[in-house]
Ligand binder design. Structure first.
Ligand code: FER
Length: 303
């Protein structure tokens, strides 16, 4: 399904999700905008500007002579979900059991699955080009399915699967991370684990990452959706967060009707003096924003 028609359809279903989300203490979803976007009216503040330059063209194009890593779709038994699940795992060029690698866990959006990041952003090519330019460190990238329910396909009504995104922390911590750390050669500590995601995955990243800073030191939330908990709930102890975070990157497009979610987190963190990068570019709720955000994030982690 095309992203635009999916967005339009999801917009129509937002009303359905409102009550459930408000009940869970999350941000209430905004009513749909006309014209195929999520969210409500956009009010930009003086802080809402780029922190980085635009990436050069071609960041996701293969360049001749740039070494390639390996993408594989693996299966694991999820005790928390009760099924055999799939995740895509990328190992960088030259991957060897003789070394140990940091791991980036990448979470997808409401209509996505374990293939979505690869379709939207080609994380492998972004990283390989950065590695060739000496701008990133070799890492393993894990792209799981963040919809933690037995039927984990988006189906005809992806919004109806939103509760399964909230339950995903059990799969992540009890099944996915242990699977990766037992099958791959991994540096298994907080300073070598990063969590990032787009939209619903950005909300999951805020919710699960900031609540588990003993597990992740590097956090990136791109175009976070209304599944994001309220800022004071995300960071109840600003002093602890300040001490533990190596990087918190928050990005959104200035044409994204969900920007108020990220603006709220930024504003709270600013008030509480929790260091973070707030990067607002000129995109909407779209793949260009997610690809560029990932590219910025990848070159700043594990360093
Ligand atoms: C919503 C609007 C958008 C919402 C979720 C989304 C849970 C998710 C969008 C995406 O993942 O692209 O109101 O409520």
């Amino acid at each position: 399904m095309k992203k635009t028609s999916l967005a339009l359809m999801c917009g129509l279903l937002v009303g359905w999700a409102t009550a459930a989300y408000a009940a869970e203490g999350n941000n209430p979803p905004a009513p749909p905008r006309g014209g195929g976007g999520f969210g409500g009216p956009i009010t930009l503040n003086p802080d809402d500007k780029p922190a980085f330059l635009e990436p050069p063209p071609g960041i996701d194009q293969r360049r001749e002579g740039v070494p390639q890593g390996k993408l594989e779709m693996i299966e694991y038994e999820s005790k928390s979900v009760g099924t055999t699940r799939k995740m895509q795992v990328y190992t960088p060029p030259g991957y060897t059991k003789d070394k140990k690698y940091p791991v980036l866990y990448l979470l997808h959006g409401i209509g996505g699955d374990e293939t979505e990041w690869q379709r939207f952003a080609k994380p492998n090519i972004l990283l390989e080009n950065l590695l060739a330019d000496g701008k990133a460190v070799p890492m393993i990238i894990v792209m799981p399915n963040g919809r933690a329910q037995k039927d984990d396909r988006p189906g005809s009504n992806p919004m109806a699967t939103a509760p399964a995104f909230a339950a995903f922390d059990k799969d992540l911590f009890n099944d996915i991370i242990p699977t990766i750390e037992s099958r791959y050669s991994v540096q298994a500590d907080r300073e070598h684990r990063a969590l990032a995601g787009l939209s619903m995955g950005g909300g999951q990243t805020f919710n699960f990452g900031l609540a588990n800073l003993d597990k992740f030191a590097w956090i990136g939330a791109f175009s976070a959706a209304p599944n994001t908990k309220r800022p004071a709930e995300l960071v109840p102890d600003p002093a602890a967060a300040k001490q533990q975070l190596k990087l918190l990157l928050i990005t959104c497009g200035n044409k994204d009707g969900l920007i108020r979610i990220s603006q709220g987190v930024h504003q709270y963190l600013k008030e509480k003096e929790v260091p973070h990068i707030w990067h607002v570019d000129g995109n909407g709720h779209d793949a260009t924003h997610w690809r560029n955000s990932l590219w910025h994030f990848m070159q700043r982690i594990f360093k």
